[in-house]
Ligand binder design. Sequence first.
Ligand SMILES: NC(=O)c1ccc[n+]([C@@H]2O[C@H](COP(=O)([O-])OP(=O)(O)OC[C@H]3O[C@@H](n4cnc5c(N)ncnc54)[C@H](O)[C@@H]3O)[C@@H](O)[C@H]2O)c1
Length: 306
Amino acid sequence: MTIEFKGRTAFITGGASGAGFGQAKVFGREGCKVAIADIRGDAVEKALAELRAEGIEAYGVELDITDRAAFARAADDVEAALGPVSMLFGTAGVSIFGPLEQATYDDYDWIFGVNLGGVVNLMQTFVPRMIAQGLGGHIVNTASLGCFFANSGSGIYSASKFAVHGITMAMRDALKDKGIGVSLVAPANIKSNIAESIDTRPEKFAHSGYKVDAREIAALHEIYSQGMEPEELAGHVKQAILENRFYVIPYPESRGLLEMTFQQALDAIPPADTDLEGQAKRHEAMMKYIAARREMDTERYGSSTR
Ligand SMILES: NC(=O)c1ccc[n+]([C@@H]2O[C@H](COP(=O)([O-])OP(=O)(O)OC[C@H]3O[C@@H](n4cnc5c(N)ncnc54)[C@H](O)[C@@H]3O)[C@@H](O)[C@H]2O)c1
């Protein structure tokens, strides 16, 4: 399945800045019509001007991706302006860091709402439309290297990205026979404005356990200033789409951490030649369930899951 980008409409959350803006430029240059959706209206206007100056057909929408009704309206507006959306980029994300045990519910609700909720709302809004259109396409959600391991300081952020990882992997399976590919980006460091994401936090989540002051923002800026250029990252995303590859992790320095993480999991598994009876029993039960499930799903939904 090789995808043709030219003429497709792409919908990009967080498209006014950083990784999302890089995707807008790269896929716009490939001939996609791009819709950028972002909570910061002024940033949308600025990004649109830049994209259009390059000759890219672009449409902007000020959208809080946690607002489901607004999301549906945004989808209608974009499809009326640019035609059916067949490429989705769930790129918007926010972060807040500090000792996990200091977190408040507001911290959880804000981070999970945007990072996971935004991806869920994007897919809930557009996947049924994409299937109905039958144009195929691709979905790219952005997690983080933190979707594979977590520590206290970035605990909520990482947990939200673990969930993005999981739901994106499941969606790849769900859409595999529908001509819609699904990929996950797990970046280590991107040159972006995410250090300032606290500015986009709605007042209703202000009761935070964390202090985010100018010193913290400056320290974060210093890290992200050394990050990968968004357009370079989007180039890796493009390649992954062309190969219909799930993971996009173009950071060689991540190998050690991932090896360590997966090795820990592998080390917890007993040798394959132990508990043979238990293995056989569990395998048989699972196979029986899968067969029953296939039958029930086909009856109820006309297609079967695994
Ligand atoms: N910067 C990094 O080093 C890094 C590393 C790993 C993963 N990521 C992920 O990359 C993605 C892109 O982030 P970035 O680094 O380019 O940051 P960025 O801040 O430059 O871009 C994110 C955009 O999302 C928008 N946004 C925030 N909340 C929103 C909401 N509720 N509704 C709509 N738009 C909203 C912001 O206004 C911003 O324009 C995020 O998912 C982030 O978690 C970033």
